[in-house]
Write a protein that binds this ligand. Structure first.
Ligand SMILES: *Cc1c(COP(=O)(O)O)cnc(C)c1O
Length: 466
């Protein structure tokens, strides 16, 4: 019986011939590889007895192969629609760049530039000079440096200051960020020796003080960005640590995680009170590091600001060369930072901030628009519901912001099956499941994507589309 089925499979050559008409600009090698992959998959299905004669009728097979190739032949790295409501979603690319940053990247890459060329002297310059001044202006720091990401920033700070020496960190701050970035592991890689003090929920100034010895290199504060201890807890303030550092001549450094320049409480978001880089510098920290692509809303980067003598040492660390940023990052970062020179402009033009601060009424209208469109599709049952979004990316832990979601139920399809189907559409549509219902949170859905979502459902999902 199953032998019969194998015999029904068309030859690769035959399928290539047919598919060349649909994918005429696809290189043959790629087409052939993908068709073989498809045929191999069918053979496996036959072996398992998962397939019937009807599935192998030429018409059905060709139709299924077409939709397989339509998905598979696209570039592997592609756009998706973020319906999760998580604004800084590390798996979905974190921050969207502002228009200004995008233009800057295009400019930087389509022309030669003064990347490492000093236009005053006509001689070699430094790539960091382009953003150092503006970073100092925005944060009040004496000096600044940018590396590949914040993990790299932490690594190079510790490698410079604390190789084979002790770094004192509170137990409550030894966090894992996700994607297996753990503060203790990075520390070990840098050659620093971790000296844990206090307990998980409470650390006192005397705990730090008692841990200081002749081999202590610095004290490090880590912003516990993705969790929060509630209840009986105590941590030592930056002010107290700075005083302690002065007493023992020890640098106090901080991994702030998500960098932030804006005091959210000013804008009626007091529940989102995330510390700012300026505050840490003002208190007198020696070094502060943070990400470029979390709350800051720029490209992936690790920014280090602080006292000039220490930043100068980091600049001379050979690791700096290995962790350096490229011209695309640099151009996007400078453009993003320039927007922060005027806070109102930053809030308007930086997508990450814009998405976080979208008024609830706007979200409600957007959800309604989407619901009304999707309701035209008879197989769907659609509703708008008030819910909550997360900022994400290890920012603002446990702080939910109100939003509207569109709940979508499809006849004869579980929420999980619908979720899986939507992963394969063009573009893929990523949502979340709440109470066993598939939901799209409109906070992270751009206004221009509403029609596209309707098209995805009407043209790619539904009875006619397996
Ligand atoms: C996110 C985060 C990091 C890692 O930053 P990347 O820019 O992703 O490398 C390090 N420390 C903290 C506290 C973070 O929140």
């Amino acid at each position: 019986m199953s032998n019969n089925l194998y015999a029904k499979l068309p030859s690769t050559e035959r399928l290539i011939q047919v598919m060349q008409q649909h994918f005429y600009d696809t290189p043959n090698l790629l087409l052939k590889t993908k068709i073989n992959e498809y045929l191999e998959n069918l053979r496996q299905q036959i072996k398992k007895g998962n397939i019937s004669k009807i599935d192998l009728e030429e018409k059905t097979l060709i139709k299924n192969l077409l939709s397989f190739l339509n998905f598979e032949l696209k570039p592997h790295f592609r756009e998706v629609i973020n319906g999760t409501g998580v604004v800084v979603h590390t798996n979905l690319g974190r921050s969207l760049l502002s228009k200004k940053a995008l233009d800057a990247v295009c400019q930087a890459c389509s022309h030669y530039s003064n990347l490492e060329f000093n236009l005053n002297t006509g001689k070699r310059g430094s790539r960091y000079s382009h953003v150092e001044e503006i970073l100092c202006l925005l944060t009040g720091a004496e000096s600044a440096l940018v590396v590949n990401n914040n993990a790299a920033a932490v690594l190079i700070m510790l490698d410079t200051l604390a190789k084979e020496k002790e770094v004192i960190v509170s137990r409550g701050e030894l966090v894992e960020i996700g994607g297996s970035f753990r503060i203790p592991d990075v520390m070990q890689k840098s050659g620093a020796i971790l000296k844990e003090v206090g307990t998980t929920n409470r650390t006192h100034l005397k705990d730090y003080e008692q841990a200081i010895n002749e081999n202590t290199a610095c004290i490090m504060k880590v912003h516990t960005s993705n969790y929060r201890i509630i209840g009986f807890h105590k941590s030592v303030s930056l002010e107290e640590l700075v005083k302690l550092g002065a007493k023992y001549h020890l640098p106090i450094i901080e991994d702030m995680g998500s960098g932030n320049f804006i005091s959210f409480s000013k804008y009626g978001f007091s529940q989102l009170n995330e510390p700012t880089v300026q505050e840490s510098i003002k208190v007198g920290l020696d070094l502060v590091s943070f990400s470029g692509d979390k709350l800051l809303g720029g490209p992936q980067a690790g920014i280090i600001v602080g006292k000039k003598d220490i930043v100068d040492k980091i600049k001379q660390n050979p690791l700096n060369r290995a962790l350096r940023i490229d011209k695309m990052t640099l151009s996007a970062l400078e453009a993003t930072l320039r927007l922060y020179l005027d806070e109102a402009t930053a809030l308007k033009e930086i997508p990450t901030l814009n998405l976080i601060f979208t008024p609830l009424t706007t979200l409600k209208n957007r959800a309604r628009r989407l619901k009304n469109l999707l309701s035209k599709i008879h197989e769907l049952e659609v509703k708008t519901v008030k819910s909550t979004s997360r900022v994400g990316g290890g920012s603002l832990p446990e702080k939910d912001i109100s939003t509207y979601v569109v709940q979508i139920k499809m006849k004869n399809l579980s929420a999980e099956k619908l979720r899986q189907k939507l992963l394969k559409t063009t573009p893929p549509l990523i949502g979340r499941i709440e109470d066993d219902i598939f939901c799209l949170d409109v906070r992270t859905i751009l206004s221009k994507e509403i029609n596209l979502i309707y098209q995805i459902f009407s043209q790619q999902i539904g009875s006619g589309n397996a």
